[in-house]
Design a protein around this ligand. Sequence first.
Ligand code: MTE
Length: 335
Amino acid sequence: MLIKTLGNGFNHPVASEITDRAHYEGRRDILKLMATGAAGGVMASWASRQALAQSPGLVQRPGKLAALSAKPSTVAGATTMEKPTAYKDASTYNNFYEFGTDKADPAANAHTLKTSPWTVEIEGLVKKPGKLGLEELLKLSAMEERLYRLRCVEGWSMVIPWVGYSLADLIRHVEPLGNAKYVEFVTLADPKTMPFVGSRVLDWPYVEALRLDEALHPLTLLAFGMYGEVLPNQSGAPVRLVVPWKYGFKSGKSIVKIRFTDKQPATAWNKAAANEYGFYSNVNPNVDHPRWSQASERRIGEDGLFAKKRKTLMFNGYEAQVGQLYAGMDLKKLF
Ligand code: MTE
């Protein structure tokens, strides 16, 4: 068992050391015990915490998904000290409109998604276009675990231990041409396995995009797993994006194509309502959505409906890492 000492002096157990969800659930219970003072002295070391997590009476759920081990990330900002959202909340309260518009629909319906075989096609302004199978993608770089906040445009947030690697590793591998400026992510739209593809709510497939420098930022994660396991279908299996400083809808799920372009791509929510969802969609408490404030948020599983909401942070708290990407831009206009 490794204990990573972070520069801030905390001995923080990195989530990958816990490897399965049972441990996350156990850790959550420990935090509850801590809150009541019951855990007291046993918190001296992570080893004793783990022993506690494995003790009878705490939630022990055998993982049904394949384990996906990872080393702790060293990317600046990739780990928060906040407590991870419970796996149950993170996997049953989702937006994945291909499976329905209710938050419970993806968990109920996404079992039909066929994640193997899976290929991601690389297209457009690159030296090495072509198809990459999931196995090749998994081996392309070392897996890391990152504990990211994800803030949905609807006003809720979660903290999830993702497993993957920087999208930059894949981008460098395919060698973008000098005139590539944007990266477009096209996700699966299969009416046979995705019951809501064909509904009029969005123009399918669900497409998202980033500026090339945003896509190359080390925090932009190509994720294959969460909580030490491969992604459950409803969370975007087998491969998705996680862009932690942008509203959740920029993080496309179940990606099948990555295209390099010189023009800003049209994106799903921007096409659906351009006045509400801009291309950038950086988390910004100072720019309200036309129909609601973006100044605060509710952490799923922690902040009850009547609790005071927590303040939303500029760039979702990742300003030190990504603020420079937007220097000189009017973020009120380019929301
Ligand atoms: N990707 C696809 N293909 N389809 C979707 O409907 N919803 C987005 C994003 N990616 C969506 C998607 C939205 S609105 C959010 S908030 C996040 O996924 C939610 O992902 P989560 O499962 O990590 O909470």
